[in-house]
Design a binder for this molecule. Structure first.
Ligand code: NAD
Ligand code: UDP
Length: 316
């Protein structure tokens, strides 16, 4: 099958390109390197079924394919604050361009949305039916309101134009190729631990997240795209195994065997969600999908990759 991955040079997108190639598909990977890295797809460059197109998807797109995965958007809070207007543009204009391309090509479509559309949730865990608690003018709004617009657009292209489109709401995902400098908690803690620097917990560390390993997420993206009869549906994709950020810092110390101290710093943004955990009942029942990689095991693979890129033997 001819597939198109928008944002394919990013952390998740590059793993998705690998999986699609491994399954025998053709892949057109589109990216403008706003937050992605050329290195993430360098190993695919000469593959006969892989093509890279450097393009900003806020410009109109015309590519032929049978399935369009739309993952193009900054994803880390540091990344979307630095690129706030680009984040609004790619999630609005870029998403409509992507939908229009899918309509013209007669392709299936998947929007990579986010757990951030639930904002600072007042319902726990979060099912897809929850409408969320979002500050429309806050520091996260460029991202979470951008994604909410993208979801609305996806539903209208499905309703009005009959595009075979679905939405997945991705919860915190980690793994190799997550840019060590993008400011998210997993790259921050691992690089700090490996360098023997203080591990910076923002706030009291009692806020929670639920971390999914990237291979689990990629299986979920494929299941959501290719399960028949899922047009117009929304799926949470994440690992329901919830932990506090302080517990996570301790686990990173253990896995890296680091002597770094854990220090507390002020919260980066006032609207830091206090708790986040997906209800994945729908993905389990409709897609037959659930995450398989336990946090400690996924962290070991991830730490191995960071060790490699930071220089072997960097100890704490
Ligand atoms: P990432 O920043 O590594 O990847 C995003 C990619 O999109 C980058 O390669 C970037 O250069 C590209 N991009 C951005 N704007 C573009 C534009 N205008 N034109 C072309 N390419 C553009 O982030 P990621 O973690 O891989 O996230 C991928 C997707 O999954 C994003 O849409 C994100 O919102 C969503 N998501 C990720 C997570 C997570 O934990 N990783 C959680 C929730 C949602
Ligand atoms: N965080 C932290 N130290 C860091 C980076 C992040 O304590 O060095 C916290 C952050 O305040 C948030 C959680 O870890 O509560 C997850 O942050 P991340 O930026 O990974 O993504 P978010 O889930 O907030 O979008």
């Amino acid at each position: 099958m001819k597939t198109i991955v928008l944002g394919g040079a990013g952390f998740v997108g590059s793993h998705l390109c690998d999986a699609l190639i491994a399954q025998g598909n053709e892949v057109i990977c589109v990216d403008n390197f706003l937050t992605g890295r050329r290195d993430n797809v360098a190993h695919l460059r000469d593959h006969p079924r892989f093509r890279f197109v450097q393009r900003d998807i806020t410009e109109p797109l015309a590519l032929e394919g049978e399935a369009v995965f739309h993952l193009a958007s900054p994803a880390s809070p540091v990344g979307y604050r630095k690129n706030s207007i680009q984040t609004l543009r790619v999630n609005s204009i870029g998403t409509m361009n992507a939908l229009e391309m899918a309509r013209q090509a007669g392709a299936r479509f998947l929007l990579a949305s986010t757990s951030e559309i639930y904002g600072d949730p007042q319902v726990h865990p979060q099912p897809e039916t929850y409408w969320g608690n979002v500050d429309p003018t806050g520091l996260r709004a460029c991202y979470d309101e951008g994604k909410r617009f993208g979801e609305a657009a996806t539903m209208e292209w499905q309703r009005v134009h009959g595009v075979d489109a679905r939405i997945v709401r991705i919860f915190n995902t980690y793994g190799p190729r997550n840019d060590p400098q993008d400011g998210r908690v997993v790259p921050n803690f691992i690089t700090q631990a490996l360098r023997g620097e203080p591990i910076t917990v923002y706030g009291d560390g009692l806020q929670t997240r639920s971390f999914a390993y990237v291979s689990d997420l990629v299986e979920g993206l494929l299941a959501a795209m290719f399960t028949e009869g899922t047009a117009g549906e929304v799926f949470n994709l994440g690992n329901p195994d919830e932990c506090t950020i302080l517990e996570f810092a301790r686990l990173v110390k253990k896995v890296t065997e680091s002597r770094s101290e854990i220090v507390f710093r002020p919260l980066r943004f006032a609207d830091d969600p206090a708790r986040r955990r997906p209800d994945i009942t729908r993905a389990r029942t409709r897609l037959g999908w659930e995450p398989r990689v336990p946090l400690e095991e996924g962290l070991r693979h991830t730490v191995a990759w960071y060790r490699e890129i930071l220089g072997a033997g960097v100890g704490g």
